[in-house]
Ligand binder design. Structure first.
Ligand code: ATP
Ligand code: MG
Length: 483
């Protein structure tokens, strides 16, 4: 956006940063960032010590959310209907099929088309008219990752700000530095033709002297820094905020302290401020959080596509140790034609061990685990998608969201269990559900120690499915498996 630059930022071509390092390096093109002193990738996501290998690889929700965005190729379409709960059920519910119907400013409409958006996504069809209505209405929107929530509220912020007024009017909170920057890039890209509108980032490292008057109309930041900016440094006047957005509410409530900070900010907003809250998940905790924050909201939900196990044949091998498991794996490879495979391990150490064994045996393997930076993980997934490696060995960091269509077999080198040592049904479904999508048939193999057989039976019961036993030494039997 072509505002006069105090920070000397040059005009960005509007390209969304595809690389994570781009996001983490101080860039002149990040408008509004002054004296920024950002951490390097190494400082933020430095490699972890050996001792952590003993533990299960933990999934960090914020990192996963960012990873989802980095590897996403396009909009995630849904065949479900949008469920709507209106604050005022008697008011007519509008939805739009085109962006023109929203009567946006020409430069904003052009920005949207320049991003390659031809028509509103499913959730945008309903959410946009509500967000742009007068008088403004509050909104809680829940819909899975990639369905167009961020683009929707960015559009709402850009259409509501008054470029002629040089003070913050929209405030958007995101749980982490990187997620705040991602959203900011969408603002910059969509608003690149809105010449008077600019964005600034209230994130750590962007130090602005007390008493400075922020002129950017859109402020995106993390709760702690936004609190400082509002109350300690008094860089912006909360009372003048007319649109407040809480993005990634599900990640937010998972992040220590952010809940309280967000509520403290929200409480000081003026009464007529429009409040918008977005979440990619539907947990009760998110709704409770939303209810604390958003008065009289409209609520819209777009249900996630159900995953099923119907197209997946499931088998198990009884194995006593990892050598047994490896032998079973070799016999699978020796008996059937495997396209691409994902193998799930519980720990980083096992993932490393397995990948070395497979490599020794001539397989092209890539490893995805928690010690990689988010950017490196995105690169590994891309290479695998491109078919550069045929086997992906991974820990839980890869259980969700990764859509590799050509995967035909999934192997659980260990059954997924939760902290209570019970089967983790959801993770099982997400792992196995990677394969066999879009009606394709595929295979899932579980390597199970004898003492873990009860876990396997509980999985069978839970999903009302049969997991057939195979003899790891009987190659003929494995050969008879049909895809
Ligand atoms: N109307 C549209 N037409 C085409 N592409 C779109 C549209 N809206 C959004 N997109 C694209 O779809 C992808 C996902 O959109 P967006 O990031 O807004 O989803 P999200 O629901 O916020 O996801 P997350 O929960 O991961 O933050 C992005 O690449 C975005 O550019
Ligand atoms: Mg989003």
């Amino acid at each position: 956006m072509g505002s006069p630059e105090r920070g000397g930022g040059e005009r960005d071509s509007g390209r969304l940063a595809h690389s994570f390092s781009q996001l983490c390096t101080p860039r002149r093109s990040l408008r509004g960032i002054r004296n920024a002193n950002f951490p390097t990738l190494g400082e933020k996501y430095g490699s972890h010590g050996e001792e952590e290998d003993k533990e299960d690889d933990k999934v960090d929700v914020a990192e996963n959310s960012l990873l989802n965005k980095l590897i996403r190729k396009s909009l995630v379409e849904s065949s479900h209907h949008v469920e709507v709960l209106q604050r005022d059920p008697s008011s007519p519910l509008f939805s739009v099929k085109t962006f023109e119907e929203l009567r946006l400013k020409t430069e904003l409409l052009q920005g949207i088309y320049a991003m390659g958006f031809n028509r509103p996504s499913k959730i945008q069809e309903t959410a946009l008219p509500m967000m742009l209505a007068d008088p403004p209405q509050n909104l809680i929107a829940q819909s899975q990752s990639g369905t167009g929530k961020t683009a929707a509220f960015v559009l709402a912020m850009l259409s509501r700000v008054n470029g002629a007024e040089k003070f913050p009017q929209c405030l958007c909170l995101a749980p982490t530095y990187e997620l705040a920057l991602q959203t900011g890039h969408v603002v910059e890209k969509m608003g690149k033709l809105c010449v008077n509108i600019s964005v600034t980032y209230a994130v750590r490292g962007n130090r602005i002297p007390r008493g400075t008057k922020i002129e950017e109309q859109i402020v995106i930041g993390t709760p702690g820094t936004v609190l400082d900016w509002c109350f300690k440094l008094r860089l912006l006047d909360v009372k003048k905020i007319s649109v407040f957005v809480l993005d990634e509410a599900d990640v937010m409530i998972d992040t220590q302290g952010f809940l309280d900070q967000s509520i403290r900010i929200q409480r000081t907003l003026p009464q007529n401020c429009q409040m918008l809250l977005f979440s990619a998940t539907f947990e009760d905790a998110v709704l409770r959080f939303a209810e604390q924050i958003i008065p009289d909201p409209n609520i819209i939900k777009l249900r996630r596509e159900e995953m099923t196990l119907t197209n997946i044949r499931q088998y198990y091998f009884l194995c006593e140790n990892k050598q047994d498991k490896y032998k079973a794996l070799c016999n699978i490879y020796g008996s059937i034609t495997v396209g691409q495979a994902i193998i799930f391990c519980q720990t980083r150490r096992n993932a490393k061990w397995l990948s070395l064994e497979l490599t020794k045996d001539g397989h092209k393997v890539s490893v995805l685990s928690g010690e990689l930076t988010v950017e490196q993980r995105a690169a590994v997934i891309q290479r695998f998608r491109d078919g550069k490696e045929k086997v992906l060995v991974t820990t839980n960091v890869c259980a969700r969201g990764i859509d590799v269509k050509q995967v035909t077999i999934v192997v659980n080198f260990k059954l997924p269990i939760n902290q209570l040592q019970c089967p983790d049904f959801e993770t099982y479904l997400h792992r196995i559900g990677r394969a066999g999508r879009f009606g394709k048939k595929s295979l899932a193999f579980n390597m199970v120690e004898r003492h873990n057989l009860p876990l396997l039976h509980r999985i069978e019961e839970h999903f009302k499915t049969k997991i057939k036993q195979l003899d790891p030494n009987d190659m003929d039997e494995i050969e008879k498996i049909e895809y």
